[in-house]
Design a protein around this ligand. Structure first.
Ligand code: EPZ
Length: 431
């Protein structure tokens, strides 16, 4: 199994290009199930999760074609991939495919809308919490779908004359359930109003793409989405928005190691609260024509308190990385996790590097230390893995991050991007 070795190596300087967002790319790929025409996605990141979803979608009948490079494209330019579901050949998403990635459960929405039936394996447990599916079921039931669960599968059936538009209020904000209801409602008969919808930028990106495919969605960016159903969708060309979690992660790397880095193509409005939090630690952030410039020249890292919340709040997907940053702060920080009940798995591993963190329920209290020291550590989930890399950037000696397949799910060309700005990081292939 591959591992990543990092040796503390001083400040980071230069440019890191930001990739297309994984969490936008996945639902956009799934949206290709809604039409028989090609959906061409630009700025696609090369990630293990994208590869996994390609095979899941092929099973349903989606053909994909990676288009050639254009003049000026480099190895770090996002790919252009055309997805086409001329025909849905199978409405079952089997356990073997779904268990690898929770987002693959989301095919249930488009399959139900286009084919009237879907049989999708329950996604199963996950390292960051129980992550149930009640909100998916309730919202699709509102559109008239019927469900039964047998042998670990969710069987969904639309009424004989198709899904029907309805008003539905999510009792709790869910990114995935919003994506799914949005996709299903585009082909429902009549108007659907989704209240308390997730406002994450990736939901907006999906809605914009669906509109380009002929859907009629308004309220994009707000917590109330109105969808007037259409009889069919057509092909489109859509560019995946830049990854705000990758942006916030590399910004935390610079805040930790010091230096001055341009995060090319990043957009501040996608992660304003996280950037405000970063500024409180003594890091400068500035938007330029080319992207986001992050710098920390001298001085100590200041402690900061933050609480995760749905967008526009502080993203849970950056919690581990920012916690790593404040392990070296000159005081005590409090980190509260409000989205997932078990997203502190990195704490034990950070402690192996010398961090001083205690947990009480949903709150972690981090008392900054002067030194971290390299050690072998284990990645537990994809964002948690990055917290270990961030700590490794300033730890004395060598940090060895094991189980890096987690990182490959969500960070494109990680070692290449960090070495290009001066980090001493390498991947070692293991048996
Ligand atoms: C998305 O997951 C992201 N995944 C996650 O990123 C992210 O952490 C999460 O949103 C929150 O921002 C993708 O976009 C592919 P949710 P999702 O439904 O949609 C509860 C990463 O690292 N809930 O918004 O699965 C759930 O348990 C990943 O890239 C129910 O109770 O998250 C959680 O407490 C990890 N019932 C809360 O809602 C349901 O039916 C929010 O989860 C569904 C969810």
């Amino acid at each position: 199994m591959d591992k990543i070795l990092i040796r503390g190596n001083g400040a980071l300087n230069g440019t890191i290009p930001i990739s297309g967002a994984k969490n936008a790319a996945l639902p956009l790929m799934i949206a290709s199930l809604l039409t028989s025409e090609p959906l061409t996605l630009e700025n696609m990141p090369r990630l293990a999760d994208v590869e996994a979803l390609k095979s899941i979608l092929s099973n349903h009948g989606v053909d994909y074609r990676v288009m050639g490079k254009r003049p000026g494209d480099t190895d770090m330019t996002g790919q252009r991939i055309a997805f086409q579901a001329s025909e849905i050949v199978d409405t079952t998403a089997p356990y073997d495919l779904v268990r690898k990635m929770r987002a693959s459960f989301w095919v249930i929405g488009p399959l139900l809308a286009r084919s009237g039936v879907a049989r999708v394996s329950l996604p199963g447990g996950c390292a960051i919490g129980t992550r149930p599916i009640d909100l998916f079921i309730e919202s699709l039931e509102a559109l008239g779908a019927e469900f039964d669960i047998d042998a670990g599968y969710v069987n969904a059936k639309a009424p004989a004359n198709g899904l029907k538009g309805a008003r539905f209020r999510f009792p709790k904000v869910s990114v995935g359930a919003t994506h799914v209801m949005l996709m299903a409602a585009t082909l429902a008969d009549g108007e659907t109003v989704i209240e308390n919808a997730a406002r994450e930028p990736e939901v907006g990106d999906l809605a914009n793409c669906l509109n380009a495919m002929g859907a009629d969605i308004s309220g994009i960016g707000s917590s109330t989405l109105t969808i007037r159903g259409v009889t069919s969708l057509h092909g489109a060309n859509h560019e995946v928005l830049p990854d705000r979690i990758e942006t916030g992660t590399f910004a935390a790397c610079v805040a930790m190691a010091g230096g001055d880095v341009l995060l090319k193509n990043a957009r501040t409005e996608l992660l304003q609260v996280a950037l405000d939090t970063l500024e409180k630690t003594g890091t400068s952030v500035a938007m330029t024509n080319e992207g986001l410039r992050v710098s920390r020249k001298s001085g100590e890292i200041q402690p900061v308190d933050f609480t995760t919340d749905p967008f526009p709040g502080f993203p849970t997907d950056l919690q581990a990385q920012y916690m790593a940053l404040v392990t070296r702060a000159s005081g005590v920080s409090h980190v509260k996790e409000m989205i997932f009940e078990n997203r502190f798995m990195h704490v034990q591993e950070l402690a192996r590097l010398g961090a001083n963190i205690s947990i009480d329920g949903q709150t972690a209290t981090v008392t900054g230390v002067e030194r971290l020291s390299g050690a072998p550590v284990m990645a537990t989930d994809l964002r948690a893995s990055m917290s270990l890399v961030i700590a490794g950037l300033v730890a004395d000696g060598e940090t060895e991050v094991n189980r890096v397949y987690h990182l490959d799910r969500g960070f494109e060309l990680l070692e290449e991007k960090l070495s290009a700005v001066g980090a001493d990081i390498e991947r070692v292939s293991g048996g």
